[in-house]
Design a protein around this ligand. Structure first.
Ligand code: ST9
Ligand code: FAD
Length: 775
C-alpha cells in the first residue's frame, strides 16, 4: 500500500468500510475535471507532475524499508547492544523526513484555484437569487456593498489573514495577543477612517471570534451610557470612546453571578471624606469572570452593594481605576489577574479582582438612577432594576450574536456535506454526497432554519429595544418589564438552541468536525459560555415565566393584554386544531395558532397549579420551586411561539422575488413543524393537535427536508461569511476541503520538526530498554 492509498484512506474515507482502499481508479474519481494526463498523476485531489509522484513514493518507501529493517534488527537483538547513536537515528529519520517533505511540497499543500465542482453543482441548482437574499440579510444592497468594502479593507491586512491559523494552533497567550492586536487595529481604523457606529459594528463582527477588548464596546461604553449622569458621561464616556481608557464591567463574584442581591463587594460611604471605600470582604466576594479584566483593562464599572451608615441600598455601579495609566501595574490595594485556562480558546482575558480599602471620590458612583449626596442621603430616581440596563442591552446583542455563530456553523456543515462523499446509496452509482442522506439533512436543516429564524426574530427584538430605549432614556419605564421579558427570553432561547444545533452540526462533520481546523469545533466552544453569560438559561426562562404568570393573572381578571402576551387574553374556549388536511400543515397562520394555543395551555396550567398550591397553604416560594420545571416549559413554549411568529411576519412583509419568498417560506414552515415534532408530547398533551395531525406533520417534515436540500448551499451562501471569518478548512467558499485540511495540518507547530524532542527524551530510551529486556 503506497502513501497515496494511506493518505486517501485517512482523509477521504474515515468511515467507509465497504470501500476499503478504493485507490484512484474505480468508483471515486477526482472531484474536478482533469485531463487524461493529469488523471494518472492525481493524488488526494491534487494534480502533480508524474515525476514527483514516482520519486516521492520511491524515496519514502526506501526510507521506510531502511527504518523497518533497523527496527527488526533491534528487535532481534542484533543492534540492541550497539550504540545506536542519536546521529544514526537522526540520519534515518531525516532521510524519511526529507522524503515526506518532498512529498508535501509536491503532492499536497496545493489548494486548487477553482471551486469544487460538487459545490458548484449545488450553486447552479439554486432556485432563487442568492445575492437578493444576502441583501435582505445585510439590510439592503448598499449595506452589502458597505460590508464588502470593509471586508476588503480589513482582510487585506496580513495580521487578520494570520488570525485563523493562530486560532487553530496558537497557545492561549498567543491567541490573546492576537486578539489584542485585532481589537487595537480595529479601534485605530475606526478613528482614522471616522467610521460610523454601524461601520464599526460590522467591522467587529467581521473580525471573527474573539476580541480581547470586546467588553469596551460590549459593556463598558454601554454601561457608562446607561448608568452615568450627563456630567459623568462628559468626563469618562468621551475618554472611553477615544480609547484613552480601556474598561470592563465587573459584576459577577466567585460566590454569586445570578443572584445580584447577594453580591458581597461593598461600597461604604464615608461622609467625612466624601468618598466610597470599596472592599472585598471574603473569598466568595472576589470579582470573578469579567472579560478583559485579567490583563487588558485599566478601568472598570464595579457593581457593589452600597452601604451608608450601616444600611444596605442594593447593587450600584462605581467607576474604578484598576491599573496605572503609565505602566499598567495594579493600583495600590488592588489585586487583579487571569482566572485560568478555560474550555476552548481564550476569546478574552477573564479576570479576578480583589479590592482592599479602595477609596474613590463620591462622584465616582454612577448616579443616573440613584444619588448619594455629600452628607450621605440616598435618593433613587428609578427602581433598582434600572441599574440592570446594560445587561438588557447585551441580552439583545447576544440574540443576534447567536445568529452570527450559528450561521457560520451551518455554512461549514452544509458546504462540507456537499463535497464529502461517503458510503453507498445506489450500489451501481458513485458514493453520494453525504448531504443526500435524509439523516444528514435532519442534522443540518433544523440549524439552518433556526439561523434564519433567529436572524429575523432578533432583528425584530432589536427594533423593539431601540424604541423602548429611547423612552427609558427619557425616564419613561413603562415598557421595561416587557422588554426585560423579551430580552431575557430571546437570550435564553437563541443561545441555548444555537449551542445545541452547533454541536449537532459539529457531529455531522464526522471526524473532521473534531479538528480545530474545521472551524466548527471552535464555534462550539465559543458558543458554549453564551448560555451562561449575561443570565443563565434557566434563570432567564424563569424571569419570562414570572412575567407570563403575572400577565395571565391580569388576563384572568378580564384585562385586554397587548404586546408579546396578547394571546393570553384571547378567547381559547372554542379552540379546535386548525389543521384539517395535510396541506394545511404548510399554512403558517394555522401553525401560529397551534403554537399560541400550546403556550396558552401551558401557562394556564402552571399558573392554576401555582394558585392551587398557594391556596392550599403552601408558601409562595415553595409553590414556585415545586413548579419550576413546568414554569420553564411554559417560558420555552412562549419563546418558540414568538420566534415562529416573528419569522413568519418578516416573510409576509418582505419585498423580494417570489422565488426567494418561496425558499424562505419553506424554511419557516420547516422550523415551525420541526418544533412541533420535537415537542410533540406537549402539543398532544395540551390538545393543540391530535395524533392524525402529528402524522401529517411528520410526513411533511420528510417532504420539506427534500425541498430544502436543493437550496441548502444557496441558503448558506446567502449569509455570505468571508472565509477568514469562517476560519474553516472544510467550509470554505471553494469547497476544497481535503486540500485545505492537509494544508492546515502542515502548519501545526508539532510538524515543524520531523522528530519531536520527547522521542529523544522518553521514547527512544524506552524502546532501547524494552529491547534490552529479557522476555
Ligand atoms: C464584542 C462586541 C460587542 C457587541 C455586543 C453585543 C453582543 C456581543 C456578544 C459577544 C461577547 C459576549 C460578551 C459576554 C459578556 C458577558 C458579561 C456578563 O455576563 S455580565 C454579568 C451578567 N449577569 C447577569 O446576567 C446576572 C443575572 N441575574 C439577574 O439579572 C437578576 O439577578 C435576576 C433577573 C435573576 C433577578 O432579578 P432581581 O432584581 O435580583 O430579583 P427578582 O427576580 O425578585 O426581580 C424583581 C423584579 O425585577 C424585575 N427585573 C429583573 N431584571 C430586570 C431587568 N433587567 N430589567 C427590568 N426589570 C427586571 C423582575 O421582573 C421583577 O419584577 P416584578 O415581578 O417584581 O415586577
Ligand atoms: C465566558 C464568561 C464571560 C463572563 N463575563 C462576565 C463579565 O464580563 N462580567 C461579569 O460580571 N460577569 C461575567 N461572567 C459571569 C456570568 O455572568 C455568570 O457566570 C452568569 O451570570 C451565571 O451566574 P453563575 O455563574 O453564578 O451561575 P449560577 O447561578 O451559580 O448557576 C449554576 C446553576 O444554578 C442554577 N440556578 C441559580 N439560581 C437559580 C434560580 N434562582 N432558580 C433556578 N436555578 C438557579 C442555574 O440554573 C445553574 O444551573 C462571565 C461568565 C463567563 C462564563
Amino acid at each position: 500500500m503506497g502513501n497515496r492509498c494511506r493518505l486517501r484512506t485517512a482523509i477521504c474515507h474515515g468511515n467507509s468500510r465497504r470501500c476499503g482502499y478504493p485507490g484512484l481508479r474505480a468508483h471515486n474519481p477526482p472531484t474536478f475535471p482533469i485531463t487524461q494526463r493529469s488523471r494518472r498523476t492525481y493524488i488526494c485531489g491534487v494534480k502533480q507532475p508524474p515525476h514527483c509522484q514516482m520519486t516521492t513514493h520511491k524515496q519514502d518507501a526506501g526510507a521506510q524499508a531502511t527504518q523497518m529493517n533497523m527496527l527488526m534488527d533491534i528487535k532481534r537483538g542484533r543492534l540492541s547492544h550497539l550504540s545506536i547513536t542519536r546521529c544514526v537515528f537522526n540520519q534515518l529519520l531525516i532521510k524519511s523526513g526529507r522524503a515526506l517533505k518532498k512529498m508535501s511540497n509536491t503532492a499536497v499543500g496545493v489548494i486548487p484555484s477553482h471551486v469544487n465542482p460538487d459545490l458548484q453543482e449545488e450553486r447552479d441548482r439554486a432556485s432563487f437569487n442568492v445575492t437578493e437574499l444576502t441583501n435582505i440579510i445585510d439590510g439592503g444592497a448598499e449595506k452589502t456593498l458597505l460590508r464588502k468594502r470593509l471586508e476588503k479593507l480589513i482582510f487585506s491586512d496580513p495580521d487578520f489573514q494570520k488570525f485563523p491559523d493562530i486560532q487553530t494552533f496558537g497557545t492561549n497567550s498567543e491567541f490573546y495577543s492576537a486578539t489584542v492586536l485585532k481589537s487595537t487595529k480595529l479601534f485605530k481604523l475606526r478613528r482614522e477612517l471616522k467610521w460610523t457606529d454601524e461601520e464599526f459594528d460590522i467591522a467587529l463582527r467581521l473580525g471573527g471570534q474573539g476580541h480581547a477588548l470586546g467588553l469596551q464596546h460590549g459593556m463598558f461604553i454601554p454601561g457608562l451610557e446607561r448608568l452615568a449622569t450627563e456630567e459623568q458621561k462628559a468626563k469618562w464616556l468621551t475618554l472611553a470612546k477615544q480609547y484613552k481608557i480601556i474598561g470592563t464591567y465587573a459584576q459577577t463574584e466567585m460566590g454569586h453571578g445570578t443572584y445580584l442581591k447577594g453580591l458581597e463587594t461593598t461600597a461604604t460611604y464615608d461622609p467625612k471624606t466624601q468618598e466610597f471605600i470599596l472592599n472585598t470582604p471574603k473569598i466568595s466576594s472576589i470579582k470573578w469572570w469579567p472579560g478583559s479584566l485579567g490583563k487588558s483593562t485599566n478601568h472598570a464599572i464595579v457593581l457593589a452593594t452600597l452601604v451608608i451608615k450601616g444600611k444596605k441600598y442594593g447593587m450600584h455601579p462605581f467607576f474604578v481605576q484598576i491599573r496605572s495609566m503609565t505602566d499598567h501595574t495594579p493600583m495600590t490595594g488592588i489585586k487583579v489577574g487571569e482566572i485560568g485556562a478555560r474550555m476552548g480558546r481564550m476569546t478574552s482575558d477573564n479576570g479576578y479582582l480583589i479590592l482592599n480599602n479602595i477609596r474613590i471620590p463620591r462622584e465616582n458612583m454612577l448616579m443616573k438612577n440613584a444619588q448619594v449626596s455629600p452628607d450621605g442621603s440616598f435618593t433613587a430616581k428609578a427602581p433598582n432594576q434600572a441599574n440592570y440596563a446594560t445587561m438588557v442591552m447585551v441580552r439583545v446583542g447576544l440574540s443576534y450574536y447567536s445568529y452570527q455563530l450559528l450561521s457560520r456553523g451551518v455554512t461549514i456543515g452544509v458546504r462540507y456535506s456537499a463535497v464529502r462523499r461517503q458510503s453507498k446509496l445506489d450500489p451501481k452509482e458513485r458514493e453520494p454526497k453525504i448531504l443526500e442522506y435524509q439523516t444528514q439533512q435532519y442534522k443540518l436543516f433544523p440549524g439552518l432554519a433556526l439561523a434564519y429564524a433567529i436572524f429575523f426574530s432578533s432583528r425584530s427584538l432589536r427594533m423593539k429595544y431601540m424604541e423602548a430605549y429611547q423612552e427609558i432614556k427619557n425616564g419613561n419605564l413603562q415598557k421595561l418589564p416587557e422588554l426585560h421579558c423579551e430580552s431575557a427570553g430571546m437570550k435564553a432561547f437563541c443561545t441555548d438552541n444555537m449551542l445545541r444545533e452547533l454541536e449537532i452540526i459539529r457531529q455531522s462533520c464526522g471526524g473532521h468536525g473534531y479538528l480545530n481546523a474545521s472551524g466548527i469545533a471552535m464555534l462550539v466552544t465559543i458558543a458554549a459560555p453564551m448560555v451562561t453569560v449575561e443570565g443563565e438559561t434557566t434563570v432567564m426562562y424563569l424571569q419570562v415565566a414570572r412575567y407570563l404568570v403575572k400577565r395571565f393573572a391580569n388576563a384572568s381578571t378580564g384585562q385586554q393584554l397587548d404586546g408579546c402576551t396578547a394571546y393570553l387574553s384571547m378567547d381559547h374556549a372554542a379552540y379546535m386544531c386548525p389543521l384539517m388536511s395535510e396541506d394545511d400543515c404548510r399554512n403558517m397562520s394555522r401553525l401560529c395558532d397551534i403554537y399560541s394555543y400550546r403556550v396558552y395551555m401551558t401557562v394556564s396550567r402552571v399558573a392554576k397549579q401555582l394558585q392551587t398550591d398557594i391556596m392550599n397553604g403552601m408558601p409562595q416560594h415553595f409553590a414556585f420551586n415545586k413548579n419550576l420545571v413546568n414554569l420553564v416549559r411554559a417560558a420555552k413554549a412562549h419563546c418558540y411561539y414568538s420566534v415562529v411568529k416573528d419569522f413568519s411576519k418578516a416573510i409576509q412583509s418582505m419585498q423580494a422575488s417570489p422565488q426567494t419568498i418561496k425558499a424562505l417560506k419553506t424554511l419557516c414552515c420547516f422550523f415551525a413543524i420541526h418544533g412541533i415534532t420535537e415537542e410533540s408530547g406537549d402539543f398532544l398533551e395540551t390538545e393543540s393537535i391530535g395524533l392524525e395531525q402529528l402524522q401529517w406533520i411528520k410526513r411533511l417534515q420528510g417532504t420539506l427536508l427534500a425541498e430544502i436540500r436543493s437550496d441548502a448551499v444557496a441558503l448558506v451562501d446567502a449569509f455570505d461569511h468571508h472565509d477568514i471569518s469562517l476560519s474553516s478548512a472544510i467550509g470554505s467558499y471553494d469547497g476544497n476541503a481535503y486540500e485545505r485540511l492537509f494544508d492546515s495540518a502542515q502548519k501545526d507547530p508539532m510538524n515543524k520538526e520531523e522528530v519531536h524532542p520527547s522521542y529523544f527524551q522518553y521514547l527512544r530510551p524506552f524502546i532501547q530498554e524494552m529491547n534490552k529486556a529479557k522476555l
